[in-house]
Each structure stands twice: as structure tokens, then as C-alpha cells.
Write a protein that binds this ligand. Structure first.
Ligand SMILES: [Zn+2]
Length: 368
């Protein structure tokens, strides 16, 4: 290896070290593994576990360490990992167009679901997504991204993350409950329409991705998250259903309905997802996202070495189920949103999903 790589190749914003090294290796026609050994050092003398050394990467690329640290979160000592997703995903193709050497993989902030500048849906990281979808025909998703960013500005990334994860689950259960919930002028009619746009019926199997199912409900989920994140509504929601002294719980469901275009919304079923949230989650602290460094432990360069075999198998299985009946709601209820712990509250029980539930719980326990 020469002391310095001859081509000047800057890192892309938010890029992972692995992605950057892979591009450098491709452009210089060197073996990725050798490059990795060159710029890393063993952890605690264990040759199988290595960690990147900023100064070595700086020597190899010719960019000063603080310059690299601005782009590469793994090299910045003050990276707030809790504010970033726990798994890398491809960058927006237009944002990263000027970076040669292959696909740029990066860590997005928790609230990045769309590139508003280039009108792409990014969604949460997903194995099924070969290339990002343009949103020219779905500007409502871009507007929702803008609203989402404003919520984060006001309340902070972690409260909004908690609120949105629950909003996704609540929306999914409502979607599953079907016609009795989707009456009148409710916005819920949009979900099926958007789903058909995002995953056309003719191409269900190939176009399926969990990320696109999230996209179908994203605008309403952001609206609901705006309610769930507010301390005043969290406090009101904790009042018991049917409390004779206050109408706080009803005020809360009424406001919930109003945000979905429904007047006087008072669901009486105690298992309604809004009540489940109010009873079990409103009084609790925010859920804390899992972070990228947690997933790096034990792997040689921070990212799993082989193709994600298990994830791919699960993806194809989900795509097969989806193609049959297009039950996107079920798909979302049982999907573990990246970075979020398993939330069992909204699983229908008891019922035909007991086995699925047990499997998910066992997997979650294993990963811990
Ligand atoms: Zn972009």
C-alpha cells in the first residue's frame, strides 16, 4: 500500500466508514479488506475486532481528521448516536450523485423519511428497497416530512420518535379494523389509495417493501404524532376511560379524531388502539431508540460481513404474504420499525397471531 491514496475522494455527508472505504477501494482498485486493516487497529489486542483510526484514514486520504469527522459520524467524538438511525441505508441518489465509486451508505437522522429537495421517499431502512421511489405523484408525503421536521425542532428527536412509532402502530391497527373505523370523511381512505400507488397491484411481489407500507400512512402518522408528543395531551390521556369527574380521555380521543377528519370521535371499545396507547404508554417515559454502535459490537468493521440472509428471507416471506391479500396493516403491526424495540401492546390477542407474537418476542429477547 502507498502512504497516500492518489485520488482525492471526499466522504459524503453522514456516510459510514465502511461505505467510504468501499468506494475508495473500488476507485483505487485495491482490496477492501487490506484498506480496512491499513486504517484500523485491533480492539484490546483481539485481531478479529478492529476499530477505525481517524488519523490513519486522514493519512491515507489526505483530508485532515476534523474534515473527515464532519462527514463521517463514526469519526466525530461528539456524534449523538441516539439521534441517528441504528442501521445505514443508501443515501438519496441525487444528494450523493457527485460521489463516485459505488452506492453511498449513510446514517440518517431518526426523522429522515423523505428527501424534500429531490422528492424521494427514503423511509426507514429496508431490505426490500432496491432504489428509492420518486414522490412527484405524492406531494403529501413531502409536506408530511416538513411537518415532521418542525415537530422535531419543537419537541426534540427522541420524544417525536416515540410518538411516531406509536402513531404508526395505532394507524396500522385502525387500518386493520377496517370499514367500521373508516367511515365518513376520515383520511383513512387515503391509505389504500396510496398503497396502490406505492405498490401497484400488478407488481405486488417485486414492489413490496415495509418502507412503502409506512409511506402509505406516514402523513396521518405524523399528524397523530403531533398529538401524542404534547405533554398536555399525554397528561389528559392518562385519565381513566369513563372517569365521572373529568372528560379528559374523551377530550383526547375527540382531538385524535379531529386530526383524522372525524367529528366527535369517542371509541368505547377499551381495546381501541388509542385507549391502549393512553393506558399503557402515555404515562411511561419515551422509548429510547437503539443505536448504530450497539449493532457494531463484535463485527469486524461495524457492519455485518455477508449479505443479510435472515433479513432477506423475512422480506421475501413478508412479500409473499402481502401479494396474496395485500394486508399492509398486518404487515405493519408485526413489523419492528428499525431502531424501535418490539411493542406488543397493539398485537391482537388472543388469536391466530399467537405464534407470530411468540416468535417476535423470542427474537427480541435474543437480540438483547
Ligand atoms: Zn436528495
Amino acid at each position: 500500500m502507498p502512504r497516500r491514496l492518489p485520488l482525492a475522494v471526499p466522504p459524503a455527508a453522514g456516510e459510514t466508514v465502511k461505505s467510504y472505504l468501499m468506494r475508495l477501494a473500488t476507485l483505487h482498485d485495491v482490496i477492501y479488506g487490506e484498506l480496512w486493516i491499513w486504517v484500523s487497529t485491533p480492539i484490546d489486542g483481539d485481531p478479529k475486532r478492529r476499530i477505525i483510526v481517524g488519523q490513519r484514514l486522514a493519512d491515507a486520504t489526505g483530508y485532515p481528521p476534523d474534515h473527515l469527522a464532519k462527514a463521517l459520524p463514526e469519526l466525530a467524538p461528539d456524534t449523538e448516536w441516539l439521534h441517528l438511525r441504528d442501521s445505514p441505508q443508501p443515501a438519496c441518489p441525487r444528494c450523493s450523485a457527485r460521489h463516485p465509486g459505488g452506492a453511498v451508505m449513510r446514517l440518517f437522522p431518526l426523522h429522515a423519511y423523505a428527501c424534500r429537495r429531490h422528492r424521494y421517499w427514503l423511509g426507514p431502512p429496508d431490505v426490500g428497497e432496491d432504489s428509492y421511489r420518486r414522490l412527484d405523484d405524492l406531494p403529501v408525503l413531502l409536506a408530511a416530512q416538513r411537518k415532521h421536521a418542525r415537530l422535531v425542532h419543537t419537541w426534540g428527536p427522541i420524544p417525536v420518535f416515540d410518538a411516531l412509532i406509536h402513531a404508526f402502530k395505532i394507524s396500522s391497527v385502525l387500518w386493520k379494523r377496517g370499514p367500521e373505523e373508516t367511515f365518513g370523511h376520515s383520511r383513512w381512505w387515503h391509505w389504500d389509495q396510496r398503497l396502490d400507488q406505492l405498490i401497484p397491484k400488478k407488481n405486488s411481489r417485486n414492489a413490496f417493501s415495509h418502507s412503502r407500507c409506512y409511506a402509505a400512512v406516514y402523513p396521518e402518522a405524523v399528524t397523530i404524532a403531533g398529538l401524542l408528543v404534547r405533554p398536555i395531551w399525554r397528561a389528559r390521556a392518562t385519565f381513566p376511560l369513563g372517569d365521572p369527574d373529568t372528560d379528559h380521555r374523551w377530550d383526547f380521543t375527540c382531538e385524535f379524531g379531529r386530526r383524522l377528519g372525524l367529528d366527535d370521535y369517542y371509541p368505547e371499545d377499551q381495546k381501541h388502539p388509542v385507549h391502549l396507547w393512553a393506558d399503557q404508554h402515555a404515562p411511561r417515559p419515551w422509548l429510547i431508540p437503539t443505536t448504530f454502535p450497539e449493532h457494531r459490537v463484535g463485527s469486524i468493521d461495524g457492519v455485518s460481513p455477508g449479505p443479510p440472509v435472515r433479513a432477506l428471507r423475512k422480506h421475501h416471506q413478508a412479500a409473499r404474504y402481502f401479494t396474496g391479500k395485500r394486508h399492509a396493516a398486518n404487515t405493519l403491526i408485526y413489523h419492528q420499525h428499525p431502531g424501535a424495540p418490539v411493542i406488543e401492546t397493539y398485537y391482537p390477542r388472543p388469536g391466530p397471531y399467537a405464534r407470530q407474537r411468540m416468535r417476535l418476542a423470542a427474537e427480541a429477547a435474543q437480540e438483547r
